[in-house]
Each structure stands twice: as C-alpha cells, then as structure tokens.
Design a protein around this ligand. Structure first.
Ligand SMILES: [Zn+2]
Ligand SMILES: [Zn+2]
Length: 250
C-alpha cells in the first residue's frame, strides 16, 4: 500500500513547500497577486490529492490533481523570480524568467491532464522545464550576495533586504541607493561615519521596516526608519526612504 501512495504523499510535501514560498510572497507588494493565485491553486490541488488518497483512485481525479500542482509550481516560481535579488545590470533576466515560469507550469499541466499527450507537447514541456532548472541554478548564482555593489569603479559595502515598497530583495549600497526594480531611494548608513548623519532627521517611524543583518554583529533584526543603535553591539544605523503616492510598476 505504502509505495502506491508515494506520488500522492510526495505531491502533498511539495505543495506544503510551495505554500510556504507563496505565503512569504504575500508580503512583497509586486508578487502579491501571483501569490494569491498560487495559493488558490495550491488549495485546490491539495484537496484533489486528498480525495485521490481517500477515495477509490479515479484516473481523471489524479490527472486534475497533477495539473493543479503544476499550475501551483508555475505561480510559485513566478513569485520567487519576482522577488529574487539580482544585480542592477541583470534585472532584465526577470523579464525572461517570469513568463517562462508560467509557460512551463501551464504546459506541464496540459501534459498531465491528457491520458495520451501529443509528442510535440511533451517535447515543448521538457524544453521549458529544462530552462526552469537552469534558472534555479543560475539566477541564485548571479544574484549571490557579494557584500558590496559596484558603483562606477568603486565597490561600496551593501546590506541585503527586501525593498520596503515593492518587496524585491535588493543589495542596498551604503549611502543613497535606488531599488533595482521600483526605483525607491533608500538612504542607509551605518557606523560612526558622520558624513550624512545630519542630513537625516531623528524621526522614528513605526511603519514598514527593513530586515537585514546588523553590519556590526551580523544579528538579523527589523529596522524601522530613522536612527537606531543595534541593541546587541550598539552600532548606529541610519535608514530613510521617501513615500510616494505612486505604487510600484507591476
Ligand atoms: Zn523596490
Ligand atoms: Zn549589532
């Protein structure tokens, strides 16, 4: 009995991992709609797999469950691609990887839906899924955290955190730096360097925060706008960004 249930149980494990990624995507404004759609697919496919487990397994229920899982996977990858950190000059890779996620998920769903899918459809799905595997390997490598960003010929120290406006992960250079995707300017400074200290007001804002490791002691915590001292190592951190009425580009 157990080996026969492996596809169902494996799918449910996969679905819970994807649900975790989708729930995290809800926090990023630009990925929120994709994440909601993905969670709807995830809920439906979870129900379909559970009914396969509970009932006398009907072939068409199993095919529907597989298709819904493929659609969930497409949305999950879309959320991941939308919020992944990429260097400013490589942001265009998102424009390739985002539709790829949806195409791969949808064409895999078509293959799993049909009892005997056409050879061209199988071939196309294999090609799209192979490109997705390439993206899983290369995108994190391209966006790996280097601890600094190149501005002209200088390497400026940076901290990685989700953009407080669009939710994309960005390596923020020390000083004034714009989000790679929505262009929000964030002024982030740390240490005793008094260079920009006076430019920032002593405002304490309990609104949205940014989360990154303290540059002094590497302890990860949430930082609000304004000037703060790390509760652990006392490194001063100054953080500011402007609110604009206009939302991020989708
Ligand atoms: Zn942004
Ligand atoms: Zn610290």
């Amino acid at each position: 009995m157990m080996p026969a249930m492996l596809p169902e149980l494996g799918s449910l494990v996969l679905l819970s991992i994807m649900t975790w990624i989708l729930l995290r995507g809800l926090g990023a404004r630009r990925a929120r709609n994709f994440a909601v759609l993905g969670l709807v697919f995830a809920g439906l496919s979870c129900g379909a797999w559970l009914s396969v487990l509970a009932m006398e397994p009907l072939d068409w229920v199993r095919r529907v469950a597989g298709s819904l899982t493929a659609l969930t996977a497409g949305q999950t990858q879309l959320v991941w691609v939308s919020t992944l950190a990429l260097p400013r000059n490589k942001v265009w890779l998102r424009v390739l990887a985002a539709p790829l996620s949806v195409w791969a998920g949808t064409s895999l769903a078509f293959v799993l839906m049909q009892p005997e899918p056409a050879a061209w459809l199988i071939g196309m799905t294999q090609a799209l899924c192979a490109l997705c595997v390439l993206a899983w390997v290369f995108l994190p490598w391209i966006g790996r955290e280097r601890g600094s960003v190149a501005i002209g010929s200088r390497a400026v120290p940076s901290l990685r955190s989700a953009c407080p406006r669009c939710g994309t992960r960005v390596d923020w250079a020390k000083g004034l730096y714009a989000c790679t995707d929505c262009g929000l300017f964030v002024h982030l400074d740390w240490g005793q360097d008094p260079q920009v200290r006076d430019a920032l007001k002593q405002q304490q804002d309990q609104g949205r925060t940014m989360r990154f490791a303290c540059p002094g002691c590497d302890k990860v915590r949430d930082w609000a706008r304004g000037e703060h001292h790390c509760s652990h190592c006392q490194t001063p951190v100054r953080l500011h960004w402007n609110e604009h009425k206009q939302g991020p580009k989708p």
